[in-house]
Design a protein around this ligand. Structure first.
Ligand code: ATR
Length: 270
């Protein structure tokens, strides 16, 4: 039996234990996976002891993705781009290694599960915090026609523009400066949904065919999904599929086998 866990605060409502149990059943892997709430002061020692005591891998959720990235001795390219990690494991030399599967999770849910093209499409990314940073590398790797970041705080959008400029040009705008533009894909990476709010943008930004994607999910429809449906989006998707896909990629890193995700997504929605 190999031991895994997701750590964060709060983490009590995490769906990750259920997702990984379904993956383990499906692939016949003998793994145990639990959710553990860890205090910030205890984070470093917890991670160290978890692996010293034979733990095989950790997922990391809010608010610790940046902290564990800093703790790691080795970091994947995609973790470096995100400057944050959601997956930890020991490499063959026993080094604590940080990876980030959030961006690829988003892209797989869009491209593979929902047939949403990113290549050659006009993409609007709402937000410039940790969620946006985690998504950018994978989105830009798909070669969109253009990518605009809109954020309340311009400095944070400009920072991302600078950091990712070698991958792809990025345009930055205030929310109020978007009028007249049209997008094929609009991704909400703000945390406004926590308060049932949506970014202050107009329905006129949606191209004739436009997918709106909320990186968040909730029990019912998220505020952004409701807004997108009213705005006339062709597809209005929440982040459940991304959640399952980032978990599947972590499972594949740890176990060397990539689980099938469609049935797990369906089960979570049910
Ligand atoms: P996360 O890790 O979830 O991305 P974060 O790093 O705190 O969290 O980023 C939150 C994002 O939501 C930011 O883009 C933030 O905008 P600012 O950079 O201007 O802070 C955005 N956000 C949160 N609340 C907001 C609000 N009330 N209005 C506009 N943007 C908001």
């Amino acid at each position: 039996m190999s031991r895994y866990a997701v750590i964060g605060k709060p983490v009590g409502h995490s769906k990750s234990p259920l997702i990984h149990r379904l993956f383990a059943e499906q692939t016949g892997q003998d793994v145990q996976y639990e959710a553990i709430e860890v205090e910030l002061e205890a984070l470093t020692i917890f991670v160290k002891q978890f692996f010293e005591n034979g733990g095989a891998g950790l997922n990391v959720t809010l608010p610790y993705k940046e902290q564990v990235y800093a703790l790691a001795q080795s970091r994947s390219n995609r973790a470096q781009q995100a400057q944050a990690a959601n997956t930890l494991f020991l490499d063959t030399d026993g080094n604590l290694t940080a990876d980030n599967t959030d961006g690829i999770g988003l892209v797989r849910d869009l491209r593979d599960n929902n047939r949403v093209e990113i290549r050659d499409r006009r993409v609007l990314l709402l937000g410039a915090g940790g969620a946006a940073r985690g998504a950018l590398g994978a989105l830009l790797a798909e070669a969109p026609a253009s990518l605009v970041i809109a954020n309340r705080t311009m400095g944070k959008a400009e920072q991302l523009q600078q950091e990712f400029r070698s991958l792809h040009p990025i345009e930055v705008r205030e929310f109020a400066e978007l009028s007249g533009m049209h997008f094929d894909l609009i991704i909400n990476a703000t945390s406004m949904g926590i308060h049932n709010e949506v970014p202050p943008i107009s329905a006129t930004l949606l191209a004739t065919t436009c997918c709106c994607y909320d990186m968040m999910y909730s029990h019912g429809k998220t505020a952004f999904v409701e807004w997108a449906e009213q705005a006339g989006a062709t597809q209005a998707l929440d982040g459940i599929g991304m959640l399952v896909e980032q978990a599947a990629e972590a499972f594949a890193i740890w176990r060397g086998v990539h689980p099938e995700t469609a049935s797990v997504i369906a089960q979570l929605r049910g």
